[in-house]
Write a protein that binds this ligand. Structure first.
Ligand code: PLP
Length: 391
């Protein structure tokens, strides 16, 4: 007899590859009912199809997003591939429209996979001077009549906030489906499905997992036909999260909202401080009234917060900027290291030019993913490192 009970807040890891069946009839029924009640299944068959821990994690995400369903995948990129899979119709595939200011990896996937390998007619809608021109968008929609429009609510690294509700309304009016990658705002600041988007994607690797040690992605939506198609695609392509990663994700999600609130508070406070510092030329943060899309940010998040990323440009003559950037990083990296991701509970940074190169060739620019550390500590690290520049 056990002396103490299992903690019912913790879900055991069912790491079975295939599940145990007592009756042949049950196995037959399991295959037959596979698409029914995907989040309350009567049977589990094989973990590449569906696993109890993954389903439990999906249910937590559905609560956060307010969606009818969620499908977890092994990375944000595979979530993007999964979401787009329903629009692949062989030779009948219609044009797709992507906004230009999206994750660089997604842009590479578009060029190398969608265009080059799959021959999809992909169009790009470019931003101009830090914003999107809605009249131009309407003309493009009328011209190419895309089947889908794909955008990110907040761009990276310049943090351009889209007038997302207007974009969705316009795209839907023109008959396109809308996919939003909402990794940067998270469901805390905006829920695209509530504003009529068809699918929302997150790189769960970022804020939702938030500890820099889990790679995952999710697609969420309300349309059950999309759901059935994606369950099939995920199963046959194998875009599935592992049970142990799903279990860790469930634990991380318990603190997600607290963490994200702290990311936002810290980032705003730090952005206000940086804006006053003479060693900084420009701070890009959507919560500052100086940001080109501050009004969009207020409209979209209703002022609940502005995210945890700050991009700033160090002051100095053009030929000094590279050196200033190196000095700054050299003096801060013990506390805030260079790590090419974002959304971790610890602050991390990236020099923009080193990552974006030709697209953003600004040698003095840094993208700071503000962590959830005590704000006084963060301020001290940043101010000390700024003081060291050119000393
Ligand atoms: N979407 C955004 C906005 C991202 O920043 C990233 C990765 O940086 C991805 C998608 C891809 O996610 P993952 O790295 O989890 O595959």
């Amino acid at each position: 007899m056990e002396k103490n009970k299992i903690n019912s807040n913790l879900i055991p890891i069912f790491d079975d590859a295939g599940f145990y069946f007592e009756q042949v009839e049950d196995l037959k029924n399991a295959f037959k009912s596979e698409l029914e009640h995907p989040h309350e299944p009567e049977f589990y068959i094989y973990s590449r199809y569906r696993n109890p821990v993954v389903v439990a994690a999906e249910k937590e995400l559905m609560k956060l997003e307010g969606s009818k369903w969620a499908l977890l995948t092994q990375s944000g990129m595979s979530a993007i591939d999964l979401a787009l899979s329903v629009f692949h119709k062989g030779e009948k595939t219609r044009p797709w429209l992507f906004f230009s200011e999206i994750y660089g990896g997604t842009n590479s996937y578009i060029d190398l996979i969608l265009k080059e390998k799959r021959g999809i007619d992909v169009h790009t809608f470019y931003s101009e001077n830090g914003s999107y021109d809605m009249e131009k968008l309407e003309k493009i929609l009328d011209g190419i009549k895309p089947e889908l429009v794909y955008f990110e609510a907040v761009s990276n690294p310049m943090l351009i906030v889209a007038d997302a509700q207007q974009i969705i309304a316009l795209a839907k009016k023109k008959g396109a489906k809308v996919i939003v990658d909402n990794t940067f705002l998270t469901p805390v600041l905006w829920k695209p499905l509530a504003d009529d988007a068809d699918l929302v994607i997150h790189s769960v690797t970022k804020y939702l997992a938030g500890h820099g040690n889990l790679t995952a992605g999710v697609v969420m939506g309300n349309d059950t036909d999309f759901l059935s198609q994606m369950i099939e695609y995920r199963k046959w392509i194998g875009h599935m999260l592992s049970p142990s990663d799903a279990s860790r994700l469930i634990s991380f999600l318990k603190t997600f909202e607290i963490r994200f609130a702290k990311h936002c508070d810290n980032a705003l406070e730090l952005a206000l401080l940086l804006e006053k510092n003479p060693r900084i030329e420009k701070v890009h943060y959507p919560g500052l009234s100086s940001h080109s899309t501050y009004n969009n940010a207020i409209k979209l998040t209703k002022g609940k917060g502005f995210g945890g990323i700050i991009t700033f440009d160090l002051a100095g003559k053009t030929n000094e900027k590279k050196g200033n950037c190196s000095h700054f990083i050299e003096h801060i990296k013990e506390h805030i290291p260079i790590v090419p991701t974002l959304g971790d509970v610890d602050s991390i940074l990236l020099p923009v030019e080193a990552v974006w190169g030709e697209k953003y060739p600004y040698p003095g620019m840094i993208r700071l993913s503000v962590g959830a550390e005590p704000i006084e500590e963060l301020k001290e690290y940043v101010l000390k490192a700024l003081d060291q520049i050119q000393k």
